[in-house]
Design a protein around this ligand. Structure first.
Ligand SMILES: Nc1ncnc2c1ncn2[C@@H]1O[C@H](COP(=O)(O)OP(=O)(O)OP(=O)(O)O)[C@@H](O)[C@H]1O
Ligand SMILES: O=c1ccn([C@@H]2O[C@H](COP(=O)(O)O)[C@@H](O)[C@H]2O)c(=O)[nH]1
Length: 243
């Protein structure tokens, strides 16, 4: 499947959805209309013949760093954040299955009465069978983020691209939500993102994607069809690669 006109074909991709994007206009938690819209876009992309796996953030429920700022031990707070991503993953799984999309949730923190534990070879097999695999609980380790989990799972699954769906439509010279004068890049290298300290994704995720040579496409998932349009050749995104 072609993405972005002149971009290479993507057969298997990992979509990272920020937790905050699942809030819609709410201040906290999940907006069911937004979850259903994103699920419908994932279904459309699967129907184009693309193998899709997902990592969902937890920022709409809990971030470890906020717990630590309020005096909690950081590792415990991070485990709470990881559990938040499991809640989001189950919500997205449910929305996909209501649309008839076959899915599996695999958690990096084993909770076998709720979902499968993460087993790499099993996840690959699910994807080969056309199932959407949702990787929950981040990396399973505190002090990391779901961006790093996304780069890790994309590497392990042999994905052709990591698509980061967030609230902004690409990478900017500064955070566009805080700085209205920030300008948008069309294309960057991993080293540019690291050297210019562009905060759209954490440095460990960028470094891992760089090592695995997996292009990162940053796009707005709050924009209707933001994800599906990338595969229709009409998507708006910033692409981060080695060159
Ligand atoms: N240079 C930059 N270019 C674009 N966005 C930036 C930049 N610097 C900071 N940002 C901010 O980074 C955010 C992307 O992170 P995002 O909100 O997706 O967080 P996350 O940790 O991936 O997910 P969650 O919402 O689950 O915490 C954007 O919404 C944007 O406001
Ligand atoms: O590998 C990981 C992934 C996540 N966490 C914790 O979860 C929250 C939510 O993830 P976001 O990436 O911020 O959406 C994060 O703030 C961490 O507290 C983790 O510890 N390890």
């Amino acid at each position: 499947m072609k993405a972005g006109g002149a971009e290479p074909s993507f057969k298997r991709v990992l979509l990272k959805v920020s937790g905050e994007a699942l809030m819609g206009d709410r201040e906290y938690g999940l907006d069911s209309t937004t979850v259903e819209r994103i699920a419908a876009e994932v279904k459309a992309v699967v129907e184009m013949g693309v193998e899709v796996c997902l990592v969902i953030g937890g920022g709409n429920i809990f971030r470890g760093i906020s717990g630590a700022a309020n005096g909690m031990e950081r590792a415990s707070a991070d485990y709470m954040g990881m559990l938040a991503t499991v809640i989001n993953s189950l919500a997205v799984q449910n929305a996909l299955e209501r649309l008839g999309v076959s899915t599996r949730v695999q958690s990096a923190i084993p909770m076998t009465t709720v979902c499968e534990p993460y087993i790499r070879r099993r996840a690959v097999r699910h994807m080969e069978k056309g199932r959407v695999v949702i990787f929950a609980a981040g990396t399973g380790n505190p002090f990391f983020t779901t961006d790093t989990a996304a780069a890790l799972r994309a590497s392990e699954m042999g994905c052709d691209a990591l698509l980061k769906g967030t609230k902004v439509d690409g990478v900017y010279t500064a955070d566009p939500i805080k700085d209205p004068t920030a300008t948008r890049y069309e294309k960057l290298t991993y080293l540019d993102v690291l050297a210019r300290d562009l905060g759209v994704m954490d440095a460990s995720a960028i470094s891992l994607a760089r090592e695995s040579d997996i292009p990162i496409l940053v796009f707005s998932i709050t924009e209707p069809n933001g994800f599906a349009n990338i595969f229709r050749g009409s998507g708006r995104y910033t692409i981060v690669t080695n060159r």
